[in-house]
Design a binder for this molecule. Sequence first.
Ligand code: BGC
Length: 696
Amino acid sequence: MNTHLICETGFDSEKIHFYGNKFLTGNGYMGVRGTLGEYRKEHLPAINLAGIYDKVGDGWRESVNAPNGLYTYLVIDKEAYTLPEKEVSEHEMCLDISSGILTRKTVFTTPKGTVSLTAERMVSMTNHNLILEAYSVTADYACKISVFTGIDAAIWDIYGPHLPKIELHQEGTYLVASGTTQETNIGVTTQEEAFCLFQSQEKIHINEDSILHEFLWDAEANVSYRIEKKVLVSTSRDTKPATKPQDYETERNAHIRFWNQIADDSYFEIMGDERGETALNYSLYHLNCIAPRHSESLSIPARGLSGQVYKGAVFWDTEMFMLDYFLYTYPDIAKTLLKYRIDTLPGALEKAKSYGLDGAFYAWESHEGGLDACSDYNIVDVFTKRPMRTFFRDKQVHISGAIVYALKKYLRITGETDILTEGGEKVILACAEFYRSLLLKRATSDFYEIYDVVGPDEYHERVNNNAYTNRMAKFVFDAAYELSGDTQWQKLSAQLIPPKTNQDGVIEQFDGYFKLEDCRVADVRSRLLDPKEYWGGAYGVASDTQVIKQADVVAMMCMFREDFSKEQMKANIDYYEPRTEHGSSLSACMYSLLSCYTGHPDFAYPFFLKSAEADILPGAKQWIGLVYIGGTHPAAQGGAWIVAAMGFAGLQIRDGKITCNPQLPKGWNGMKFKINYRGKQYEIIISGDSYQIDEL
Ligand code: BGC
C-alpha cells in the first residue's frame, strides 16, 4: 500500500464540504479547497489568500478568496455532465502527499455510453502565484464534447462580497478577473490560460459572473483529449509581480521535486502502523501547504488556508502547536512565523492601551498589523439567534505568554539570537509589562494574583488565578529578567501565587473550580437542548460544572514538564480527562503528549490518532452556536508531530545534545524521521527501546 496516497472512492454529496478540507492543496501564499472544477459557490470552492483581509459593512472582518480560476465543466452532445447533478458510475479523488498533487477521476454514464474525466491539480511550490490543472476527457463512443473552463467570479464568501465589482476581460492568451476589496482596498487578480493539446474550436464567453473558454471538438471513441491550465493569482500587496510560468511540464516537475524534498526531509516511517504513519504524514503535508515560504513575516491562521472560517485569523495555535514542526524541520519558516508577531507588536501595544493596560496584549484573532478581529459577541446563541457576549478577546490574556514561550523556544533550539535585536527583545519586555499590569495583591497576602481571565478552557469565563495563565505570566517575567537583568521581574516571578493542589496533587484549574458541580462530559451532553448549543459562557451547560472544553492544566504540564513529577502528571490526566470534552481540536494532542511523558504510550495513542486524523476523517465540530467553524485543523496537525517526536520518540535537546527516550505504543516496532538542528540534518532511527541518531 502506498501510504502517501490519500483516496476517497465513490461520490457522496453530503461530504462535499468535508472533502473541500480534506483535499486542500496550497503553498502558503494561497490555499485551494479540494472541491471539483464544476462546483459553484454553494459547494464552497475557494482560493483563500494568506494575510489578505477585508470587512464589508457590519460583517466580521475575514480573509479574502480570489476569483476561482479553476472553474471547469464538461458538456457532451449539448448536455452538461457535472457533479453533484449527474449520476456517476465511478468517482475517485486521490491526494499524493509526497508530490502535492490532487487527482480526480469521474466516469459519467450518458445515454450512449460512458465518458471519463480525469484531472490533476497542484498549487505550485516553486512559483507561489501559480496553480496548475490538467483535464483529460475520454468517451467510449464518438460524440461532440465541449469543455468550458475559465474563471468563476461568483466567489464563496462568509461575510462578503469582498470583491464587489469584478472586472472580466481577455488579455492576450489570458482570461482575467480582477477586483478590489471594500475596506482594505487591495487589488486581487486571477489570470487564467488554457491550452488544448489537440485540434478544437475555441470561443470565449464573457458572462455576468464568469469568463470562460469553450473548447469544442468532435471526439473519436476511446481517444483521450487533454487540456492544460495555468492560473496566476496575485494581489496588490505582493512584493514582486507574478512571474509568467514556464511550460506546464517544467512547472509540474519543479513542484514535484520540491514536495519530494519535503517528504524526504520530514515525513515519518512508523514500523508496524500504516494508519498512524499515513495520518501523521498527511498532517505534515497540510502544515507545508500553509507554511508562508513566500514571506519573511507572516503567520498561519487557525483554519489554515481552508477558507474564511475563524475569520482567517491567527491564534495561539501557531505558537503553541504548529511552531515545533517548523522549528525542527525548517527553522526559517519558524522565524517567519515569529517575525509576524514581532511586526504586529504595535497592534498589541494598542490593544493593551485600549483596555487601560501596559505593554503588549496580543490579538486573540490576529489580522494584519495585529488588529484583533475577535468580536465581543463572537458566538450566536442558537435559541435567541442573538450574538452572545463572549470574553475571548478581552480576557484570554494567555495569548501574549504564548508568543514569549515560542520566542524562547526558537532561541533555545536555533541558537540564533538576531531575532532579539530584530524586535524579539522588545516583544518579551512588552509582554512582561503587560502581565505586570494585570497583577493584584490583596492587602493581607504576600502573593500576586491574576483575576478575571479566560484560560485555554474557554467554557469558564472570567475566572481568577487560572493556573495555566499564571504559569505563563511567571515564564514571561523569568524571560524578561534573563534578558534585562532587571530584578523587578525576578521578584514578580517569585511572588506570583503558586497553583493550588488537592491532596492527590491535582492542580485546581482556577480558584473555586473544585467547588463546581462534579460531573462527566456525558452528563453535560445529556442536558443539551440543541446539538449546536454553546457549552460555555454565562449560561452554558458546562459553565457551572467541572466539565472543560480542552486541555488546560494538562497543557500547562506539557509546557512546563520540569515543574512536575510523573506521578503528579498522571494524577492530573486521570482527573481531568473524564471531565474534558475535547471540544477543541487542540486538546487531544496535549493529553497524548503528557501521557507519553508519564510513560503511558498506549493511553496516548488514541489521542495521537485523533489529532493526526482531524482532517482525514469526518466528524470534526462544524458549529459553535450558529457560527460555522468547519475547515482544516493545523494545530491538531502540528500537535500530531509534537506527540510523535517529543512523545513517542521522546526527542529532547538539552545543552546542545539531541537525545531520545522512546515510548512506543503497542504495535509500533520502530520509527524513522529526520530533524534539522543548527544547520545540520539528523536521522533518528528508533527500534523498540533503543535509538540511533546519525548526522547526514
Ligand atoms: C479553541 C481555541 C483555539 C481556537 C482556534 C477554539 O475553539 O478553544 O483554543 O485557539 O479554537 O483554533
